[in-house]
Design a protein around this ligand. Structure first.
Ligand SMILES: [Fe+2]
Length: 318
């Protein structure tokens, strides 16, 4: 069986059918990997992949980022369903995490080592809303005026989950969950060169909050303008989930966000996140004024929680 790859009606993305992600031969895997680099986002409808198989599929791309308090490289739930089966209340920090995810972002840009790829599989989806959207930062960069390209070519922005949550009204304590750490805010170039394709892209999103050498207000204005311009058709795709679908994207050049839904309805996605490679995704950090301390580290490891427990929802996105 040869996989069928159909480009989406946008500058990014392809739908891949006629394959089983949990049972691929080498030729099929190579076709998937090549499509990942070419299209930036991939939709695999109707896979109904098991958790272990999703982990194995993710590991084909690299090391897994450990998002759970136990530090194990496994899949985690992105869910508004609580341990007793009810839905999260609006004062729960996990609810705030889910709502924060409604802003365009790239995963783990707030960690010293940013993410390479993110993979979601739909378990339970609400009847309306809750789409996941992706936006092509390669095409966005290409469409910038030469004046803007020149202006931003050497700029670097700090990224922080505290700061992105603060921008939407949520103050989260250090140690509350993954990403709320004392390692400092990573400083990342606004123009990123993809380590495999060599293509330039805008590396922005809600976690970027301050540009080195610029005032906060001026920084935010520029970042907001770039984001607004970038995340427009034909550079976006909105995925309406069906249970069993798998969606993945390349965090190094694609932004994503969750769309709102009725939070009285249950929505459960399963997530695996592939860590970036040190050579291209590990950067220095600077003091984050919303973190409790600043202990620079060149690793994502030993991130800690003060809300330890197997049932906490550790994840930052959907
Ligand atoms: Fe995310």
């Amino acid at each position: 069986m040869q996989a069928t790859i159909t480009p989406l009606d946008a500058t990014l993305g392809a739908r891949i059918t006629d394959l089983d992600l949990s049972n691929m031969d080498e030729a099929t895997w190579k076709a998937v990997e090549d499509a990942f680099h070419e299209y930036g986002a991939l939709v695999f409808p109707g896979q109904h992949i098991e958790a272990d198989a999703q982990v194995d599929f993710a590991k084909r791309f690299g090391n897994l980022e450990t998002l759970n308090p136990e530090g194990k490289p496994t899949a985690v739930a992105i869910s508004n369903k609580t341990e007793d089966g009810s839905v999260l209340k609006s004062d729960d920090f996990r609810y705030k995490t889910l709502r924060g995810n409604e802003g365009w972002h790239t995963d783990s840009s707030y960690m010293p080592l940013a993410a390479k790829a993110s993979i979601l599989s739909a378990q339970i989806v609400p009847p309306e809303g809750g789409e996941t959207e992706v936006a092509d930062m390669r095409a966005a960069y290409d469409e910038l005026s030469q004046e803007i390209k020149d202006k931003i070519s050497d700029l670097e922005a700090y990224h922080s989950l505290y700061q992105s949550q603060a921008k939407v009204g949520y103050k989260i304590e250090t140690g509350a969950a993954y990403g709320y750490h004392n390692k400092g805010a990573p400083r990342r170039p606004l123009v990123k060169v993809h380590p495999v394709t060599g293509r330039k892209s805008l590396f922005i999103g809600r976690h970027a909050y301050k540009i080195e050498g610029m005032e906060r207000e001026e920084s935010q204005k520029l970042l907001d303008e770039l984001l607004t311009f970038a995340c427009q058709a034909p550079r976006t795709y909105s995925h309406k989930w069906q249970a069993g679908d798998v969606l993945m994207w390349d965090n190094r050049c694609i932004l994503h966000r969750a769309m709102p839904y009725d939070y009285n309805e249950v929505r459960v996605l399963r997530h695996t996140r592939v860590a970036g490679e040190n050579e291209s995704e590990l950067v220095p950090t600077g003091r984050d004024d919303l973190a409790a301390d600043f202990i620079p580290s060149g690793s994502n490891k030993n991130d800690y929680y003060n809300a330890k427990g197997p049932n906490i929802s550790p994840v930052v996105d959907s």
